[in-house]
Design a protein around this ligand. Structure first.
Ligand SMILES: [Zn+2]
Length: 371
């Protein structure tokens, strides 16, 4: 199911390249998943995602369950057919959405009560229901239901929440019944090393197909997060793919790849694009700034995407600053392409043994000349 092809083993890098076998093909790790919460990435078509080199996306089981509902998705032959995507799909369980006060009413050992934003009714989502929904959607990888806490809560609160998460994990593992689908467990425990260690130990006992590190990238300092990722990695056996949820900036990706993470997702490339930001090898550019109005160079001269080949910063500045929707679309396309290229090149560098230099050069360029 998961095979490692190449692994660095030094003080500075535990980066590894491998293959995750799924029902819809082999995914080369490390890989990055753009977020397609409702089955489509914002402003980008499936064809454009493929053009960007995307091999796998992540949708949200809870939101798809609420709308359009399982009936129409099943009638069309499952999630892949319904959204017209033949490559890999992960479905997130909904734990992260339940973090939002707009949704959540209460959680306890039984499950989560939430307010359906579409019809305002009070609904209940149990770990069993979460698995039933994901088994039926038929994504390549289902995520178990976790209880996610906001950054900054006390250790007691994280400890209580972790107990709930682990109880849910156990029930999700028992309830999962689609043998064509992999299921990943999620570690919680905030930035507390002993809680993280406990969660990893219990997840390994449950023998999930992969382990996700959840509850990170939600406001904590980068160094503290990296420390937790490194700690979790030391507790995990080699044969488990590791998925760091919510990481999507260039620096965070390359540093997390160095920590031995295999799978990533984030709305960072598309959300920032809709706010006028372009990710480049020399730092992030806020393209609506006046200084780009006369700049006829491409967003990034080292990027092979069609936006960089065809359009200037000045044109994109014009679109974004006059609120033309294609401005956000072109920046989304560039950002997703750029991130895919970065992860693909990182993988190649791991396989060929020069990831250390590749990373150093990327971070040097990125940090040194940020705009
Ligand atoms: Zn580009």
């Amino acid at each position: 199911m998961f095979q490692i092809l190449s692994q660095e083993d030094s003080k500075n890098s535990r980066a590894r390249a491998g293959i995750l076998k799924t029902e819809h093909g082999k995914l080369n790790t490390p890989f990055f998943m753009p977020v397609a919460t409702k089955g489509a990435a914002k402003l980008l078509t499936s064809e454009e995602l493929i053009e960007c080199g995307v091999e796998c996306i992540i949708s949200n089981a809870l939101l798809l369950y609420m709308k359009p509902g399982l009936e129409i998705i099943n009638s069309s032959g499952g999630l892949h057919k319904f959204i017209g995507w033949e490559k890999g799909i992960f479905t997130d369980s909904g734990g992260f959405q339940l973090l939002s006060p707009q949704f959540l009413i209460e959680t306890n050992n039984k499950g989560a009560w939430f307010r359906n934003p579409f019809n305002k009714s009070k609904e209940f989502f149990s770990p069993e229901k979460c698995m039933e929904v994901q088994n039926s959607l038929g994504a390549d990888v289902a995520m178990a239901l976790d209880d996610v806490l906001h950054f900054g809560k006390t250790k007691e609160e994280f400890s209580e929440s972790l107990k709930k998460t682990m109880h849910w994990m156990e029930r999700c593992k028992s309830a999962h019944s689609n043998d064509k689908q992999l299921v990943f467990g999620i570690s919680q425990g905030g930035l507390f090393p002993d809680l993280r260690e406990r969660s990893i130990k219990q997840l390994l006992e449950l023998d999930f197909d992969g382990i996700a590190l959840g509850g990170l990238c939600i406001g904590e300092e980068r160094e503290k997060r990296d420390k937790i990722v490194k700690l979790c990695k030391t507790k995990l056996p080699q044969d488990k793919p590791v998925y760091l949820m919510g990481v999507g900036s260039g620096q965070d990706l390359i540093n997390s790849i160095a920590n031995g993470v295999d799978v990533f997702d984030s709305c960072f490339p598309t959300r920032t694009a809709r706010h006028g930001m372009a990710i480049t090898s020399k730092g992030n550019l806020q393209i609506d700034k006046g200084k780009f109005s006369n700049d006829l160079s491409p967003i990034d001269e080292n990027c092979d995407c069609f936006v960089c080949k065809k359009y200037s910063r000045a044109f994109l500045h014009h679109l974004v600053s006059t609120k033309e929707e294609n401005g956000g679309k072109y920046l989304s396309l560039h950002n997703v392409y750029f991130i895919q290229q970065l992860v693909r090149e990182s993988r190649e560098a791991i396989v060929k043994g020069y990831f250390g230099e590749f990373r150093k050069e990327f971070l040097g360029n990125f940090n040194g000349k940020a705009n």
